[in-house]
Write a protein that binds this ligand. Structure first.
Ligand code: FEO
Ligand code: CA
Ligand code: CA
Ligand code: CA
Length: 630
């Protein structure tokens, strides 16, 4: 069916761009720390007042802040919720957004034309906006379609040799962003077909490049000698939102779509750092659009890997690639307005051994400030974590990196390597606590930890917030900015949890104390705080439910209490799905959640059951008593 049918994004990157052989590390075995020993060590030396995960507590304490009952793990091909909660499907991949669009056809799985007017595949980050005009209030959902399951979207074809140009274009158009209006109907939440706000943004949509990289020679192409305009966004993973009402779509594994028609083409080290090679991930886009052919247009790949700002209220607006926020495999963009008014944006680069970033605007936000300035002029930092529980944001400037300012915002990974930032276990979503000056980040897993350097050759010792060699489970790190100031140069950090399996392991791989045989999972990924200060955690991990992962069940969504460290499981997803994307209705009575790639290992018929084609979808979760969900 495709070139690399069974490789994850990360496995693909390593296959096309092998890491150097193992570095000389200290004896990582002697550094393997017991659960209590590790966490106690951080507590003792870190000076952090509370280390929730190290505190003993009962997993199901009589008094807790959770408004729902913990549910057991399972491997059922359905969405499981606690008693008193219900879910309905709002929209699925391929559902038309306009009334003249064709309904999803399970035989053909759509065409390029129908896909252009339908919801994209593999729903991911999403944000809800209330927009008021003369017609009243409109509830606008902006939502990413990260990628497409080729075995499913092309499941009507026998193999890759059968794929037509239309198939390839359909796959391309299943990517991108959808803006849709939502309304409550007698049948629950539904998209408003033909809303004037409905929009598909795809790899074909015209975009503007802004910020320090705009116009740089590395951005100039045959189609755009100015280096300021480009086409499209793809592999949009997590999201963000600004106080001025725009949506942030984050370009993650953008590399796997480029290939070289000249197989002898030598990829530059700068592109190789980002996993770009002569072969793509199986999408075949260079066969229908030469800008994805790096042997013809090597600079095109420099125009992806950004955060894209979109105005969901204006379907004619041009999305803006915000190069000031750096170029890497962006997970999400968590926007905080610091006490001094600066716009602070926390961002992870989801790749083994890559970095955690912070952007701080030069100007201060007020409702009258020009957002263009706030998203263009600022400083980018990469995080350095010390073993003693402190940390420092290292500014990426021409002085610290030896690179010009444009290049810093194109070769951002190299800039962060130059300042000695800490290699991390795949930073996924970042979430800031609305009730306290602290920030959390999922470090999803890293099989190379302590064994292989990152793609830039930086060592990855099993220390600090990444303490476990060959980390199969992941952890959540949190930090508190000095003086509660998100623009401060320093912070204190600890681990909120170490995922693991206490039934299988008795050492650090058992997990932190808030991981019990009842509450196990792996690979935390999505992360969002609700208005009450509960932390919602979504997983994208190994669902084999055997060996190291026995008892973990399907991917899931949990809530965590940041103060006590207590966790409860709220949702279990259908087979092989990832649970990703979360947002609440304005009255907090509905929680919208994304179910991505059900059946990507071939064993799901969710959501329609029977022999149906599995389809990524957004669900709306409500309480049967009509109460709030956070
Ligand atoms: Fe698209 Fe890092 O998850
Ligand atoms: Ca993710
Ligand atoms: Ca995934
Ligand atoms: Ca993930």
């Amino acid at each position: 069916m495709q070139d690399r049918p069974d490789l994850s994004f990360d496995a693909f990157d390593e296959a096309v761009s092998p890491r150097p052989e193992a570095c000389e590390f200290d004896d990582v075995v002697t550094r393997a720390l017991t659960r209590r020993g590790f966490l106690g060590g951080v507590l003792a030396s870190g000076g952090v007042a509370t280390l929730a995960a190290s505190l003993p507590f009962k997993a199901h304490a009589e008094t807790n802040r959770f408004p729902f009952a913990h549910i057991a793990a399972n491997t059922d091909d359905t969405v499981t919720l606690p008693p008193g909660y219900s879910a309905q499907v709002v929209i699925r991949w391929g559902d038309p957004l306009w009334s003249d669009g064709a309904p999803f056809d399970p035989e053909t799985r759509g065409t390029a034309d129908t896909q252009a007017r339908a919801f994209g595949d593999n729903t991911d980050g999403m944000e809800l906006f209330t927009h008021s005009d003369a017609q009243g209030d409109h509830l606008l959902l902006a939502v990413n379609s990260e990628y497409t399951n080729r075995k499913i979207i092309w499941g009507n074809r026998a193999d890759a040799s059968d794929l037509t140009r239309d198939d390839l274009l359909k796959g391309m158009r299943a990517h991108g962003v959808t803006i849709l209006e939502l309304a409550r109907t007698n049948d629950g939440w539904a998209p408003v077909l033909d809303s004037p706000f409905t929009r598909r943004i795809t790899p074909e949509t015209k975009m503007q490049i802004t910020g320090p990289a705009a116009g740089h020679p590395l951005q100039q192409t045959q189609a755009d000698p100015t280096g300021t305009t480009c086409l499209g966004t793809w592999n949009n993973c997590g999201s963000g939102r600004t106080p001025w009402g725009t949506y942030l779509a984050c370009e993650e594994n953008f590399n796997g779509y480029f290939s070289a028609s000249d197989p002898a083409h030598a990829v530059t080290p700068e592109l190789a750092r980002y996993g770009i090679s002569a072969r793509d991930w199986g999408y075949g886009w260079a066969r229908i659009d030469s800008r994805f052919d790096i042997s013809q247009h090597p600079n095109e790949a420099n125009r992806a890997g950004y955060v894209v700002e979109i105005d969901p209220t204006d379907p004619t607006s041009t999305p803006k690639k915000r190069s000031a926020l750096g170029r890497f495999k962006h997970e999400n963009a968590e926007v905080v307005i610091a006490a001094n008014g600066r716009v602070v944006i926390y961002m992870g680069d989801d790749e083994r051994g890559e970095f955690l970033y912070r952007y701080v605007s030069h100007g201060s936000y007020t409702p009258d400030t020009d957002p263009e300035d706030l998203m263009t002029n600022g400083t980018l930092y990469a995080a350095e974590f010390n073993d003693d529980g402190t940390g420092t944001w290292r500014a990426l400037t021409p002085e610290t990196t030896g690179m010009d300012n444009g290049e810093i915002h194109i070769h951002t990974r190299q800039a962060a390597s130059a300042v000695g930032a800490t290699t991390m276990d795949r930073p996924e979503w970042v979430a800031a606590n609305p009730t306290a000056p602290e920030v959390y980040c999922c470090l999803t897993n890293n099989k190379n930890r302590g064994l292989k350097p990152n793609a830039g050759g930086d060592a990855t010792p099993a220390t600090g917030p990444n303490p476990r060699t060959a980390n199969p489970y992941g952890q959540i790190v949190r930090w508190r900015p000095d003086n509660g100031d998100h623009t401060a140069p320093g912070f204190n950090w600890d681990l909120y949890l170490l995922a693991g399996n206490p039934n299988v392991h008795a050492d650090a791989y058992a997990g932190s104390d808030n991981i019990t045989p009842d509450i196990m999972f792996n690979s935390p990924d999505g992360l969002a705080f609700d208005s009450t200060g509960l932390l919602w955690i979504q997983t994208d991990g190994n669902t084999s439910n055997t060996g190291d992962f026995a008892g973990h069940g399907n991917n899931q969504m949990l809530a965590g209490d940041p103060v006590t460290g207590e966790l409860r499981r709220f949702l279990v997803g259908p087979n092989h799905c990832e649970v990703t994307g979360a947002c609440w209705s304005p009255d907090r009575a509905t929680l919208f959640v994304g179910i991505q790639h059900p059946g990507d290992k071939g064993d799901s018929h969710w959501p329609d059951g029977g022999d149906s084609v599995p389809r990524s979808a957004i669900i709306a979760i409500t309480r049967n008593d009509g109460g709030k969900l956070g």
